[in-house]
Write a protein that binds this ligand. Sequence first.
Ligand SMILES: [Zn+2]
Length: 309
Amino acid sequence: MTIAGDRSREDRIAALGYDYARQPTRAHSACNLCGEERFVTVSHRDRYGYPARADGCLRCGLVFLNPVMQADAYTEFYGEVYRPLVSAYHGRLIDAETIQDEQREYATIRAALLAPHLAGRGAKTLLDVGGSTGVVAHHLMQRFELNATVIDPAPLEIEVARKLGLRTLTGFVEDCDPGERRYDLITLCQTVDHLLDVSLALRKIRALLSEGGLFFVDIVDFRAAYRRNGSVEEAIKIDHPFYLTEETAVAFLRRSGFDILAVDYAADHLHIGYVCAPAPDVHDALPARDDVSRQWREIRSIQNRLPDR
Ligand SMILES: [Zn+2]
């Protein structure tokens, strides 16, 4: 949260000169998960101080930026603003090079989670969606002897991935034409919250997954984020168009045709990982209304406990 005496963070972010309010946006008229058109606005700014509004779906509880920047604006954002902004927020340099140690550790942990599920599947190909610099894909490629492809919208990061010897695609998976190509393992690591259309992306991924393939996705648990920060605003950031919880993640996966084989509460107590296999889709999977109501009560109580400016 922006606390008194924390001017330096504000100054660092201001120094980037990024004019969020002038970016082209579009409004969500319907919930990306359930199609409901009635929302509750839960936040009017994000953790960087940008005037980003977050709405929640009154039926399923999915939280999302509304309006949200258009794809071109996000492409520019990832190319020029994202890493400097995160660096300014944390007060240390975070770029395509410095994140690699963290990604290597992440890859080792996720490989251990996937190993027992991959055993005996004869997986040969990997698609890492939002694969950034390719460190995670490279690790999985070596560990499981896979042919690996990375798709990411950030040209600088995709360039690092290319240097690692990975096949690379620059862009969003939502725009990807599955064609005839299928992958035996698809990973969506620390990326689902960055997608512009989660339902579409998951449907594309499902179409790209081979029969008997495996899909791994992890979410930043929005509930964990606002509870640990004691603030909804601090859990909102313009780089995350969507904010999933256990309930909305499960509904998204079941609707998109995935069966959950294993769930992993990450050591950071913030991320939750799902190992999934293709299954018939459950079109009407939704969080229970009681869980949705609980979420609004919890958000409201946090807002009232910690009035924020
Ligand atoms: Zn909804």
